[in-house]
Design a protein around this ligand. Structure first.
Ligand SMILES: [Zn+2]
Length: 1002
């Protein structure tokens, strides 16, 4: 085949084109050194396991030998990428530590631990001369990374660049079923340390390659267990990897905004500690190598334009080099838009570095398999002139060849252009500091903290290494005038343009002493700006398939007022740096025996009930004022608390307490400590994993049970007060009830000698059985006996389908287009304790525009409303009533005109003998509804919104003595939606107080 034509000839051609910017004569052409012998056995095995010669390159089709440094065979028992071999994270580390012992060119660092306590490492690989200068080099890089330290002096920066070498950080297997990276990175480290060819020598003498071979260590070890089970049961179907990390699966690569997971924090801390220029994350889902460094638009709007150019340079160069090797199926333009900053690699893009991501091809294990591609995967396009093969025998060795060849060739290019990339690193950091004078804004201001939501937002910014300040004097800010755009219809009618474009008069605003300020003249201003600003995805954007969420504005999602200040005068106001946003917390003011903690829709209030279990705690039924403080309905009154425990719980929860002289004269009831169960399916656990993460972080305890447990437990109410059925993730009711088909073999998820890492979060001998109809009956009985069932998105649909939520229906979506957007919502019923502590409005995360409708009947039948009425042909004008001749006029019953969030009332005729009419005390209560008009979209994409405007999004349905709470949105999502957490926590705290008062039955 033509793609087999001599790679070296192509290389020579390529070298003449691509080495123009190189700093030395060492070109991209690769030549093995005759001075170094090869490891013949290893080389033979590479050849044996590579399914076609063109799935390898001259860079990786052999292994140089070393007398002192062990090859991966030492740990694996075979070569990297050999069939049937997947090492645990700990085995991978063993190898890296063997390298560290046997060569001065490798150093290994512990960079942190996972939620389940497993170690994460980074290995630095470079020539010993570079590693010896690591500390002094790092001192220079830290100055380039924070140009304030050299007074933004370009000449000084140029000297530093000249003296420095760059750091390139590679991370592997964040996605656990994408299994090839660890062995590829073991072998890559060996090659970088051992190979004496000029090509490799140039890399290791011009840069440090930093490698974290396993990012998701918990998931890796579970994946290896599953693979071992598969090898032991070769004829059987094997269980899918249900749990990756402790909380989430694929979404571990969507945490780079909220920084909720240990792996995200560990990687960012390492990336910044080493002052790396690149963060390059390795994935496997696309044939054969999609270097999505270039991807597709729209690009993130907050990155430095220099980064766009760097992406193009690196991406296209990589394709060009791989194409020169004759390796098919390599491309860099593709359907990945670079809009959301939620991906792990994007930590670099938001911190003045370069983000990169490879998708190579993998088999989800180490079996060699025949793979059949989709037509769109093997189609030839302008950016894929040599597309992947439509049918291919693929091995893990092929994967390792691609991964290593691509990395080595890009490292070579980076090493040759290291000076330029270091210069860019400085320029991007400098422009980040200069942001107030250039693009702006000057700063963001957060109101003085009144809630734990604001503290959590500050903590998130601190995890992003954003500097936070606090005003030590007030600042009066006058926002710039906004021209008011005339309504089109008005403009058409009016000739007076000046009238229609009259600017809105700006109202000055005073930020008091103590307000938190996020200055934009700091090196990491971009991430703060990207999180606190709003996003707009145009409905007519050429990109019709957003890759992920289109909006994420943290001020809206945390329900914290954040003001974007463009006036640079704010930077001159007196302020103090906040070294730790936690130090001001846990404040107790006043002196007395009763502590009052305000409920400002707090995220950490419910946790106090469990943390202070020996204290006497009551919940107020009304708002009240005491000793100069205002307390909302649902505030806590705490007595008999251990002072030290209280202080530490408040501090951790970001709460303040006022100590009162006596119990205030406000009606209150004893705070319940509801017994909570999380019910999960064996289909998917990721989306509910985010809920578990929030409950753990907020110290709210729960039992973790599965649908199978519920199927087998007749009296759930005896054990639990609240059952949470968080979203499964696009599961149908039938799938939840039936589970997986029962043909084939059992799929165990259990801890055994063969699979020591499975079954720790929950276990079952067979993942296939679902909730069953017995389980549905148990849930129904649980609710009718006074329990609270909490549902969201697909599980709300499930509750509706099974008749657990009388009078609640899913609204028809019409033409609405929402892709992970932030939408405005308004409270309908502030009297419900679910709304305790909230204001009038709330920004909510909507995945796809789901909304509800409510009715007074349990069947969803259309009832004629005023909107349906069309006057018939007859007398009078369009607004007049027709009056038939020859008989007295009889006025019709007025037609109802309900709001979109209200049920349509039935008239006497419709209500007569209607068995579906819900008794008044069991009719659903709408707590929150969507907004409307121009203010409906807060961030992201919204098109055709009229179909869901003002429709209910949070509804409390009544069934027997209990309740089913339904969310059309996801209130606990990716650690980003703290503003809506309290809807869930308030409902739990008040699970036994949600019944409609009998007086409400009119
Ligand atoms: Zn992936």
């Amino acid at each position: 085949m033509s793609r087999l034509c001599c790679p070296l000839a192509l290389l020579a051609l390529f070298a003449s084109i691509s080495t123009l910017p190189a700093q030395t004569n060492v070109g991209a052409a690769f030549v093995r050194t005759p001075k170094q012998s090869i490891d013949q056995s290893y080389t033979d095995h590479i050849k044996q396991y590579t399914t076609q010669p063109y799935f390898n390159s001259p860079l990786t089709d052999y292994l140089p030998s070393s007398k002192t440094v062990p090859t991966p065979v030492k740990v694996l028992g075979d070569v990297a990428g050999a069939p049937g071999i997947l090492p645990y994270a700990e085995d991978v580390y063993t190898y890296f530590r063997l390298l560290e012992k046997s060569t001065p060119r490798v150093r290994v660092f512990t960079i942190g631990h996972s939620e389940e306590g497993r170690e994460m490492i980074a290995a630095a690989v470079a020539d010993e001369s570079l590693l010896a200068k690591m500390t002094e080099n790092d001192a220079r890089l830290s100055q380039l990374g924070d140009p304030r330290t050299i007074n933004l002096d370009d000449a000084k920066a140029a000297e530093l660049v000249k003296a420095s070498f760059p750091i390139y950080y590679i991370t592997g297997t964040i996605h656990s079923p994408e299994t090839g990276a660890p062995t590829a990175l073991m072998e890559l480290a060996y090659r970088l340390a051992v190979d004496d060819s000029p090509y490799i020598q140039y890399i290791r003498t011009h840069m440090i390659v930093l490698i974290t071979p396993v990012v998701e260590v918990d998931g890796r070890d579970r994946m290896v267990d599953i693979y071992k089970w598969h090898l032991a049961h070769p004829k059987e179907q094997w269980p899918r990897l249900l749990y990756w990390g402790h909380y989430v699966a694929h979404d571990n690569n969507r945490d780079a905004m909220a920084m909720t997971l240990d792996l995200t924090r560990n990687v960012l801390n390492t990336y910044l500690k080493f002052h790396a220029q690149v963060l390059h994350d390795l994935h496997e889902s696309v044939p054969f190598l999609y270097d999505n460094t270039v991807g597709d638009g729209p690009y993130n709007a907050w990155v430095d334009p220099l980064l766009n150019g760097e992406w193009a340079m690196l991406g296209w160069n990589n394709v060009q080099q791989m194409t020169a090797f004759g390796m098919p199926g390599v491309f860099t333009h593709g359907d990945f838009d670079t809009w959301s900053p939620g991906y792990l690699m994007f930590l670099a893009a938001m911190h003045n570095g370069i983000s990169r991501l490879y998708e190579t091809f993998g088999n989800g294990g180490a079996d060699t398999e025949k793979r059949i591609l989709d037509p769109e995967e093997y189609a030839r396009t302008w950016y894929k002139p040599n597309p992947p093969l439509p049918v291919v025998l693929w091995s893990q060795r092929n994967n390792n060849n691609y991964e290593e060849t691509a990395l080595l060739s890009t490292l070579s290019f980076f090493a040759q252009n290291g000076q330029q990339f270091l210069q860019n690193y400085y320029t991007k950091a400098k422009r980040s500091v200069e942001k107030p004078e250039n693009a702006g804004p000057a700063a963001y201001v957060l109101d003085e903290p009144t809630s734990s939501r604001e503290i959590e937002l500050l903590r998130t910014l601190a995890l992003q290494h954003v500097e936070i300040s606090r005003l030590s004097e007030p600042f009066i800010y006058t926002p710039p005038a906004k021209p008011v755009k005339a309504d089109k219809s008005d403009a058409d009618k009016s000739d007076d343009k000046s009238k229609s474009e009259k600017p809105e008069l700006p109202k000055p605003e005073t930020f008091p002493t103590g307000s938190y300020i996020i200055r934009m003249d700091q090196p990491y201003s971009r991430i703060a700006d990207a999180l606190l600003d709003r996003q707009y995805w145009a409905p007519n954007d050429p990109q019709k398939h957003p890759y992920d969420d289109t909006g994420w504005s943290f001020g809206d999602l945390f329900d914290v007022k954040t003001v974007r200040v463009t006036d640079p005068a704010i930077l001159k106001v007196k302020m103090d740096a906040v070294t730790d946003p936690n130090v001001d917390l846990g404040k107790v003011t006043g002196s007395g025996s009763v502590y009052a903690v305000n409920n400002a829709s707090e995220v950490s209030l419910l946790g106090l009930r469990y943390t202070l279990k020996d204290a006497t705690i009551s919940v107020t039924d009304k708002a009240f004022d005491a000793e100069g403080h205002h307390f909302e309905t649902g505030s806590l009154l705490i007595q008999n608390a251990d002072a030290a425990k209280l202080k530490s719980a408040l501090s951790e929860g970001g709460l303040s307490a006022v100590s009162l002289g006596a119990v205030p004269p406000v009606s209150a009831h004893t705070a319940a400590a509801p017994r909570i169960a999380f019910m999960h399916t064996w289909l998917a656990t990721q989306t509910e994993g985010w809920w578990r993460e929030a409950f753990d972080r907020m110290h709210v305890p729960y039992d973790y049970i599965s649908t199978q447990t519920v199927a087998a437990t007749p009296d759930l109410r005896a054990k639990y007060d609240v059952i949470i059925f968080a979203p499964v993730g696009r599961a149908s009711t039938q799938l939840i009830v039936d589970g997986m088909p029962m043909w084939g073999n059992a799929l165990p998820w259990q801890k055994t000698d063969l699979t020591p890492n499975l079954g720790r979060i929950d276990s079952t001998p067979d993942m296939r059985p679902g909730l069953t109809y017995a389980g549905v009956d148990h849930l129904r009985e649980f609710v009718t006996k006074g329990g609270l069932l909490i549902t969201s998105e697909d599980t709300a649909q499930f509750a509706i389908d099974l008749g657990l939520a009388p009078g609640v229906f899913v609204a028809p979506k019409g033409n609405v287009r929402v892709v992970g957007s932030v939408l405005a919502a308004a409270f309908v019923d502030k009297s419900s304790p679910i709304a305790n502590g909230y204001g009038k409005d709330l920004g909510v995360y909507s995945a796809n525009g789901m909304a509800f409708t409510v009715a007074d009947t349990s069947v969803n039948r259309h009832i004629t409303t005023e909107k349906d009425f069309k006057r018939p042909t007859g007398r009078g004008g369009p607004g007049d009533e027709d009056t038939p001749e020859d008989r007295p006029y009889v006025k019709a019953e007025p037609l109802p005109s309900p709001k979109p969030w209200e049920p349509t009332p039935l008239n006497e005729e419709e209500a007569r003998n209607n068995v579906y009419l819900i008794p008044e005390q069991y009719r659903p209560d709408v707590i929150l509804r969507f907004g409307s008009g121009k203010g409906f979209l807060l961030s992201g994409l919204l098109d055709g919104g009229s179909a869901i405007e003002e429709k209910p999004v949070v509804v409390d349905a009544h069934l027997g003595e209990g309740n089913v709470l339904l969310f059309a949105t996801n209130p606990i999502y990716r650690g980003e939606t703290l503003g809506s957490y309290a809807l869930v926590f308030n409902a739990i705290q008040n699970f036994d107080r949600l019944a409609k008062p009998q007086s409400a039955a009119k």
